[in-house]
Design a protein around this ligand. Structure first.
Ligand code: PEP
Ligand code: MG
Length: 324
């Protein structure tokens, strides 16, 4: 399928109306990195670091991780790689972690909550990231931030590890961008100071949608019940876009929906300028963005919102059909 899009692989994802959209790929293993070149992705918008922890029978060592992160950055050849710190709990359970019996794991002790409570592992991982960068620019994002203070604390941990590494004589990254994943609706309503402090925000659409509609992403009965193009969800995305625009905070979207061409053009029409997806989705998404007038599409979406539609999908399909 990638051959089909080979002719546009090195072209930018610029819409018919001239809007540039940055397309990144999601990754989690060294083996994913060769796709960077093949897919035409402009970098890695989400590197799921928990995979290294999930595939092992015990906690990986700092040196091992530092070398892996370094090799990932080598393979990316200077392109941005957003390393997401350990996102465990809920659907991601480590073999060597004492299982915690939780009535609702998705709402439980997971991701940054674990990192802030059990600081040892997170510190070790931050040190490995700093060492792996070996002087290069470093991008780190914290998963599942639900309130400003969690981000502030996690960021403070990173800054204190930087100071520690400096004292130990390690070379520090040339610059560090520290972002938060917006995966709980609460974070969209955080104080302005959060948006100012975050170097970027990435919407984790899989979780955000699950919590927005209160529909378990793991439950076959309900996971497809609510359309991503539901007007309420799109309006919510629009609010997030607006809040980020107020403070000039770069915003991206990295859930599975970003890799679905129809969803992707709608996100772009709603003002998202960066999308991160499976490598195989880059070609199809870019192809459709390049053919779409996002201003016209936005007008179609706004009209569908006004006329009481539940989802804008029928109107969007009609708009695309009319174009041929
Ligand atoms: C998300 O929630 O959309 C996301 C990108 O993270 P994950 O799917 O790993 O939870
Ligand atoms: Mg998530």
């Amino acid at each position: 399928a990638q051959e089909r899009y080979a002719s546009i692989r090195d072209l930018p994802a610029t819409s018919e109306c001239g809007q540039r959209i940055v397309l990144y790929m999601n990754a989690g293993l060294m083996a994913d990195l060769p796709s960077l070149k093949g897919s035409g992705a402009e970098g890695v918008g989400l590197f799921r670091t928990e995979l290294q922890f999930l595939i092992r029978s015990k906690v990986p060592r700092r040196g091992e991780l530092a070398s892996l992160y370094g090799r990932v950055m080598d393979a990316a050849g200077g392109r941005r790689v957003a390393f997401r710190t350990l996102d465990i709990g809920s659907d991601k359970v480590l073999a060597y972690m004492k299982p915690t019996e939780e009535p609702n794991p998705a709402l439980g002790w997971r991701a940054i909550r674990v990192g802030l409570d059990k600081k040892g592992v997170m510190r070790m991982q931050l040190q490995a990231l700093i060492r792996g960068a070996a002087g290069r620019p470093l991008t780190i994002m914290f998963p599942f931030v639900a309130q400003f203070d969690e981000f502030r604390q996690a960021r403070a941990m990173l800054l204190s590890e930087m100071e520690r590494e400096r004292k130990l004589g390690h070379v520090l990254p040339e610059r560090v961008d520290v972002g938060a994943m917006l995966e709980t609706p609460s974070l969209a309503f955080a104080p302005r100071q959060f948006f100012e402090m975050a170097d970027f925000i990435s919407i984790g659409g899989n979780d955000l949608k699950q919590f927005f509609f209160a529909a378990d992403r793991e439950n076959e009965r309900v996971r497809r019940r609510y359309d991503t193009l539901n007007v309420s969800f799109l309006s919510f995305l629009e609010q997030i876009v607006d809040r980020c625009a107020e403070t000039g905070t770069p915003l991206s979207f990295c859930g599975e929906d970003a890799g679905r061409p129809i969803e992707a053009i709608c996100f772009a029409a709603m003002g998202l300028r960066a999308l991160s997806m499976r490598p195989a989705s880059i070609g199809p998404v870019k192809h459709l963005i390049r053919q779409t007038n996002l201003t016209d599409l936005r007008a179609v979406i706004e009209a569908a919102k006004r006329d009481g539609s539940q989802s804008v999908r029928p109107a969007v399909m009609e708009f695309l059909g009319a174009k041929g």
